[in-house]
Design a protein around this ligand. Structure first.
Ligand SMILES: Cc1cc2nc3c(=O)[nH]c(=O)nc-3n(C[C@H](O)[C@H](O)[C@H](O)COP(=O)(O)OP(=O)(O)OC[C@H]3O[C@@H](n4cnc5c(N)ncnc54)[C@H](O)[C@@H]3O)c2cc1C
Length: 391
């Protein structure tokens, strides 16, 4: 099955500038002063969620006809970069929510779109994407969760894990096996819109190195009964393509998070290197630090350009798995490298919880794992590249 192309998107430059100005003001006034507190206390930022609803971020990439902002991926990526340069975790609150919405908008029936998209766009209903299981992450076709047809319903059993927004969200796009014997395996997979209700409970909240405050949860389904009308697209066997079709946007988002961290780490290092003095001069005047800054600024710039290139390809409605894969891979590695280099430039203060760089350092590795690990990304990039360049 070929995924329907996403709708072509554009935005008026003046409107885009206004949106960026609003986000920038919010970051400086509200987020930057309090991020350390939230991160260290691992406290959920409810007040920020309300502000994000007001800005329309829960409907950022949902079409205007369903009440969303209908932003192009380029504008969306820029917003994610700006927020992530200060607090990457915050973008996790609306990202998998938007991937779920994108799956409904691209693959759902007209009834599913009308029922769910307006509520998702306002943030009244908050969603997530439930693919991973305790025994299956990269090998998604190895999931064990089953949905058995029973009259007009399906009965679902199994466990999902690491699901972002699993506690605060009220609905997930749930990947299951409707035909566990299917060969090839992906033909037996389906994606459901699964609201919380009897038989659907949170197992536990998972503790993490970074990406604090955002709920990552294990979700347990025991004889969870769901109407057949919640099967996305109304036809069994399409779930694998529907779930992975949303990953292009998901990868652009993770790439943008990586750019944000890489740029944020660079900014922190740039300021510190001009203030800190050793041997009678600013450390930015020592060649060893210049080499680091030179590499960091190049990495951050390259990551930004790759990410915007992928987003532009997506906005043109073209297939962009190669571009999104390259952006995701490069930008997340840039985040990791820039955060540790920035920490080194900060010396002992980089290791202190009083400085911001330790948070970026803890948050960066997630970008190398989420939306397809970087090990897999390189193989996806290679496969796509060879396919596009037949001998
Ligand atoms: C904070 C956080 C939030 C998350 N949020 C979500 C969410 O909202 N929804 C969701 O569904 N999932 C979520 N995940 C799960 C995430 O998508 C998976 O962790 C990821 O897909 C990797 O799967 P895994 O952890 O099972 O690793 P595995 O698949 O077990 O992989 C282990 C290692 O083997 C490598 N590997 C696997 N297969 C191959 C291969 N064929 N060739 C080479 N190397 C290979 C991997 O790259 C990795 O290095 C989240 C994870 C985290 C940490």
């Amino acid at each position: 099955m070929t995924a329907p192309a996403p709708t072509l998107r554009t935005i008026d430059p003046a409107q885009e500038e206004q949106l960026f100005a609003t986000i920038d003001r919010w970051i400086e006034k509200d987020i930057r002063p309090s991020v350390k507190h939230f991160d260290h206390e691992n406290t959920y930022p409810d007040a920020f969620v309300e502000q994000m609803k007001e800005f329309g971020l829960f409907g950022a990439t949902i079409s205007e006809e369903y009440g969303g902002l209908g932003l192009p991926a380029t504008t969306y990526a820029e917003i994610v970069m700006r927020i992530s340069s200060v607090w990457m975790a915050l973008t996790g609150i609306f990202n998998s929510h938007l991937i779920m919405a994108a799956a409904i908008e691209r693959f759902g029936t007209p009834g599913q779109k009308e029922t769910w998209l307006p509520k998702l766009a306002t943030g009244e209903v908050r969603g997530g994407l439930a693919l991973t299981e305790p025994d299956a992450g990269t090998d998604l076709q190895g999931i064990r969760m089953t949905a058995r047809r029973d009259g007009n319903d399906y009965v679902i059993n199994g466990t999902k894990t690491w699901i972002s927004n699993g506690i605060k969200g009220s609905v997930v796009a749930l990947l299951v096996k409707t035909d566990p014997q299917a060969d090839p395996r992906y033909k037996g997979m389906s994606l459901f819109i699964a609201p919380k209700g009897p038989g659907f409970r949170v197992g536990r909240q998972l503790e993490k190195l970074g990406y604090k405050c955002i709920d990552s949860a294990e979700l347990i389904f025991e004889d969870y009964r769901i109407p057949a009308e919640n099967l996305i697209g109304g036809v069994e066997g399409q779930g694998f393509h529907q779930a992975t079709g949303g990953l292009e946007l998901g990868r652009i988002n993770v790439a943008a998070r990586g750019v944000g961290i890489a740029e944020g780490a660079l900014q922190l290092a740039t300021s510190y290197a001009q203030i800190r003095k050793t041997f009678g001069k600013r450390i930015c005047d020592h060649q060893a630090i210049q080499l680091k800054l030179g590499e960091m600024v190049t990495r951050a710039r390259a990551a930004r350009l790759l990410t915007l290139d992928a987003a532009r390809t997506y906005d043109r409605g073209e297939r962009c798995d190669l571009e999104a894969g390259m952006a995701k891979f490069f930008s997340s590695e840039a985040a990791l490298e820039n955060s540790i280099e920035s920490m080194r430039i900060h010396g002992a203060y980089g290791y202190s919880k009083e400085y911001d760089i330790e948070r970026l350092y803890r948050d960066a590795p997630l970008t190398c794992i989420g939306e397809g690990t970087n090990e897999m990304q390189r193989m996806i990039i290679s496969r796509q590249w060879v396919k596009r360049n037949p001998a």
